[in-house]
Every structure is written in structure tokens, then in C-alpha cells.
Design a binder for this molecule. Structure first.
Ligand code: PXL
Length: 274
């Protein structure tokens, strides 16, 4: 008999280069053994050299995509990536409440507060930061900002483990259940040390740093791997541990593609790695 896999929904933007966004999320869901579903919020025009532009999808269509899959197929866990505008963020928040996804509903919800591409190209309108803080964070099971996003969202400039803890507390004040303050962008550090906290537990996650510039889609891949584990019913600390292992292997096997920044690779999992 065939078995139906667990399901995960990503609410995010398309990357024409296939390295980040919806494309990274779907391939990570697949590699992690969950059925991926999508609510596309924006279509970016980009390659390894950067984002040339994007257009948003109308809020009605974003909302309808979420309702279509939640009502029929069911969602075991969801995540957000690029949301582009205040209007989309507000509509996503309202719709998630309607379909019972997010903190307190029993269906985990991961917010990856995507603000810019690796090249620094904006993927979120500036005024939308406040909507991420007020509309999405209180509904989130987990938020996964990188250090640039931490600075934009809290004003805390993380330079090491002490300020990382300060950032975790500042983010928790916006109401998510858990925060993962990623340390990957502390390039002077020989290790990638992330901090996971729910305000009472502070879990230090120490991993290797791989020497590669090809890390396009890294944040999306980590958040998606965590979402996949949550969809399988794992508790947040275990799901984050699994996600970190997944991204480490994916960065270790990142490949050059195009003239700029190449993508991280989940192919190792298909080759039988674990
Ligand atoms: O990695 C963040 C990200 C998310 N979503 C889309 C992107 C990017 C980075 O380029 O293009 C669509």
C-alpha cells in the first residue's frame, strides 16, 4: 500500500535561478521526505548575479492558494519566506488564523523574515518590517532571522555570543514561541554558532563553517528543513538540530553555477546521505 507523506506549505517568492525561495523550499521538502505545497507571493527575476526585479502576486491569489491546499490536502507545518509587501503580510496572517496554522493551533509555523537577497537586493518593502514584527511574529512557532534581519527587526547589532543572546530576547519580545538567531554571517568566527531560545531555554548550536562563497538559498533551505521536521511531528529543538545538520551538509556540497553566487545543495540526501 502506498503511504501519504506529511505535508509542508511554503508561502514565499519564486527565484528564477532555482537556488532560493520557493524552489529551494520545494527541493528541501522533497529531500526531507515531505510533500511540498506552495503559495507564491512574488516572482523574482534573478540569477547568480542578483535580483533584477520582481512583481508581487495579488493578495487574493496568495490567500486563495493557502486556503485551497489547507482546506483539501491539510498542512502539517508551514513556513514563510519572501512576502514583499504589508498587504501580503496582513493577508497571510489573517488567512493562517482562518485555516488554523500557527502558534497555539497545533500546526507549527516558521517565519523566515526574508528582507534582502545575498547580494543586498531588497525583497521586502521597508515599511513591511513593522508588519512582520506585529502580524507574523506573535503567530510564529519559530522565527529564523540572519544577523542583517536581526538588526533591521530589533536594532541589535550582533557581534558575538553575548549580543546574540540580547538579540534573542529582543526578538522574543515580539511574541514568537521560539527564536533561532543564526550566526552564519559572523564571518570572523571559525564556527557557525546559532542560538535557539524560548526565553527559558538557551540552546547553543555549534557547527562547522565551510569555506565556500556559494551559499545562495542557505537560509531558505535551513528554514524548510526545520519545517519538514516539524511536519513530521518533531519538537522544535529536535527539528532545529536536524535542520542544522541538513544545512551543514548542503553548504558542504554547494556548487558553483553562473558567474556569481551558486546554490547550497540538498543532493547529498538523494545520494543516500543522512
Ligand atoms: O534567500 C532569501 C530569498 C528568499 N526568497 C527569494 C529569494 C531569496 C534570495 O535571493 O530570491 C525569492
Amino acid at each position: 500500500m502506498t503511504t501519504t507523506p506529511r505535508t509542508a506549505l511554503t508561502i514565499a517568492g519564486s527565484d528564477s535561478g532555482g537556488g532560493a525561495g520557493i524552489q529551494a523550499d520545494l527541493r528541501t521538502f522533497f529531500a526531507c521526505g515531505v510533500h511540498g505545497m506552495t503559495a507564491i507571493t512574488a516572482v523574482t527575476v534573478q540569477n547568480s548575479l542578483g535580483v533584477e526585479g520582481f512583481t508581487e502576486i495579488g493578495v487574493d491569489i496568495v490567500t486563495a492558494q493557502i486556503k485551497a491546499v489547507a482546506g483539501d490536502m491539510g498542512v502539517d507545518a508551514a513556513k514563510t519566506g519572501m512576502l514583499a509587501t504589508v498587504e501580503i503580510i496582513q493577508a497571510v496572517a489573517k488567512t493562517l488564523d482562518e485555516v488554523h496554522i500557527g502558534r497555539g493551533t497545533g500546526t507549527p509555523f516558521v517565519v523566515d523574515p526574508v528582507a534582502a537577497s545575498m547580494h543586498g537586493d531588497p525583497l521586502l518593502r521597508e515599511e513591511a518590517l513593522e508588519a512582520i514584527r506585529t502580524e507574523l511574529f506573535p503567530r510564529a512557532t519559530l522565527v529564523t532571522p540572519n544577523l542583517d534581519e536581526v538588526r533591521l527587526l530589533t536594532g541589535v547589532h550582533v557581534t558575538g555570543e553575548t549580543t546574540q543572546r540580547e538579540a534573542a530576547d529582543a526578538l522574543l519580545a515580539f511574541g514568537p514561541e521560539w527564536v533561532l538567531v543564526k550566526g552564519g554571517h559572523l564571518h570572523d568566527s571559525p564556527r557557525c554558532v546559532d542560538l535557539l531560545s524560548d526565553g527559558s531555554r538557551y540552546v547553543r548550536l555549534d557547527g562547522p563553517r565551510h569555506a565556500t562563497e556559494h551559499t545562495h538559498g542557505g537560509g531558505d533551505t535551513l528554514a524548510s528543513a526545520i519545517t519538514a521536521s516539524l511536519a513530521k511531528g518533531m519538537a522544535v529543538p529536535d527539528a532545529v538540530g536536524e535542520g542544522k545538520r541538513f544545512i551543514e551538509r548542503s553548504v558542504a556540497q554547494a556548487y558553483p553555477l553562473g558567474k556569481g553566487i551558486g546554490p547550497v545543495s540538498p543532493f547529498w540526501r538523494l545520494a543516500g546521505g543522512n
